[in-house]
Design a protein around this ligand. Sequence first.
Ligand code: FES
Length: 131
Amino acid sequence: MAQGPYSDTVMDHFEHPRNMGEMDGADGMAQVGNPACGDVTRIFLKIENDRIVDVKFKTFGCAAAIASSSMTTELIKGKTIDEALKLTNEIVARELGGLPEAKMHCSVMAEEALRAAIEDYRKKQGEQGDP
Ligand code: FES
């Protein structure tokens, strides 16, 4: 029973976030802030053979931001980097059963954090002199 502006799926991910936490020795990690509100999301990636084998997130933000991060981690776990890079905040919002228009900006943070964490991974790979 959806009450207020959020879908049941948003409320479920807000109340029971998937893959929440931090990760020691992450292969890629990034923190991004949402300029619209000052909230912050961190994403940690464990990557093996170009596949995201584990992911954790921490979001200091509103319900929509936490639900978007949680859904993002679910959608990319087990995917290749190229597949993960195809994920957009619109897809995440759709999978969440929609977000109120005024909260769409909250879903952008997870996508940006994911992209930045992948960039961080690639940078580290480069430093290791990958073949
Ligand atoms: Fe800041 Fe939603 S209000 S992310």
